[in-house]
Ligand binder design. Structure first.
Ligand SMILES: NC(=O)c1ccc[n+]([C@@H]2O[C@H](COP(=O)([O-])OP(=O)(O)OC[C@H]3O[C@@H](n4cnc5c(N)ncnc54)[C@H](O)[C@@H]3O)[C@@H](O)[C@H]2O)c1
Length: 368
């Protein structure tokens, strides 16, 4: 059998420093007989030399369109908008299977080029669970952003621009310092605490020193009675990490915030789930996603009441590009090792089936 080749492309999405293949994963693939080409990319958190040291071949930045068509191209985020046909197999998050804006045009490119898309969001194991996801670090970084917003509020100013941290320790230290050396005395609530994001959110609070009894960890059992919940207003920070699958009553409301008046302890809400535009958003107190440049928006709280800041950034793991990539890539590795058998390996067969279904929907919509 011929050697399996794989081509790691650069990322073109602004601020995206993460990658689907880290030097550690690349080395493991090479040890298993893969040949890996890596596009030079100064945006990526891992240095080109780290890939070279792992045995990869460095190739020119953004040169994948001229790669041999039988070499799968792996990247993380969507490609820049274009109408160019895509003849290769692409492994990436393409955000075009849930009828997102422009979805059929993205798929039309594969139709025109006879290429294939394996969308990373839809690679699942035999239990239907995603093989790799970024949730843990989204929650971890979300709690950090929330704690930094609280520290800024205590200092009487809004939180300034957030930059990616070199690693988890640097983030934990940065949060501790912002809080004046310790997070002791802080009271927080995480809803969806048993999920990927929720576990990360709880871990950040533990690492910065919030006492275990002061971290309210709620999941399905605690919210079963239905909101709104007064307990949320009794914490300093509320981090929402639920996976919203069906409509539920809101966890908190504007009305509740106004009625609490000056008695409210809550100062920061972080919506990691970011169901911002969903009509059933369980935190209907805001309507925009915030950004690294401007991480918070003020919530309308009623005249004379203490402020309430909202964080709703939808790409939080980017704040921890190294660890987030390392974990994602490690989880993806077993599936990548099955790439040479992708005609029969369940994970790839299922992903291709889904691609073909979505492709035919797009072809109908585009009238191709
Ligand atoms: N903001 C970001 O950057 C970012 C990054 C990754 C994921 N996300 C989003 O975060 C959300 C959670 O993702 P995940 O991977 O952690 O999901 P997950 O399935 O691992 O966990 C979700 C948790 O929410 C709980 N839950 C669901 N409904 C609930 C309810 N009504 N009350 C209490 N708990 C409830 C579940 O029991 C589960 O424990 C998703 O919407 C995902 O898209 C956001």
């Amino acid at each position: 059998m011929s050697t399996q080749r794989l081509w790691l492309r650069c990322e073109k999405k602004e601020f995206e420093r993460r990658t689907a293949i880290t030097p550690t994963t690349a080395k493991k693939l090479i040890d298993a007989g893969f040949e890996i080409s890596v596009e030079r990319d100064s945006q990526r958190i891992f240095k080109d030399e780290e890939y070279e040291a792992a045995g990869c071949t460095l190739v020119e930045h953004n040169s994948w369109p001229s790669a041999p068509v039988d070499v799968p191209i792996i990247g993380l985020k969507e490609l820049p908008v274009s109408e160019d046909p895509l003849p290769h197999t692409h492994i990436q998050f393409a955000h075009c299977y849930k009828q997102q804006g422009g979805w059929s045009k993205v798929l039309a490119r594969f139709h025109k080029g006879h290429g294939t898309l394996y969308d990373l969001e839809f690679l699942t194991d035999d239990q239907g669970r995603r093989v790799a996801a970024f949730g843990y670090h989204a929650g971890f970084a979300g709690s950090a952003a929330g704690a930094l917003a609280l520290a800024a509020e205590r200092a009487g100013k809004p939180l300034g621009q957030l930059e990616p941290f070199e690693n988890e320790d640097a983030m934990v230290e940065g949060v501790r310092q912002a809080l004046g050396g310790s997070a002791k005395g802080l009271k927080v609530i995480v809803i969806g605490a048993l999920g990927r994001c929720g576990r990360g959110a709880v871990d950040l609070f533990r690492k910065v020193g919030v006492e275990e009894d002061d971290i309210m960890k709620w999941d399905m059992a605690e919210t079963a009675k239905g909101g709104p919940f007064p307990e949320i207003l009794e914490a300093d920070i509320f981090v929402n990490c639920i996976y919203l699958a069906t409509p539920i009553p809101p966890f908190m409301t504007h009305e509740q915030v106004k009625v609490a008046g000056k008695e409210r302890r809550l100062r920061v809400v972080v919506d990691v789930s970011c169901d911002t535009t969903n009509p059933h958003n369980p935190i209907p107190i805001y309507s925009v996603n915030t950004t690294f440049a401007k991480p918070t928006v003020p919530v309308e709280v009623g005249c004379g009441n203490p402020p309430l800041a909202m964080v709703s950034i939808d790409h939080l793991p980017t704040l921890l590009p190294r660890e987030a990539s390392e974990q994602f890539s490690t989880n993806l590795l077993p599936s990548l090792l099955e790439l040479p058998q992708r005609e029969s390996a369940r994970v790839w067969v299922e992903a291709e089936k889904l691609f073909k279904t979505k492709l035919s929907e797009a072809v109908a919509v585009e009238g191709l």
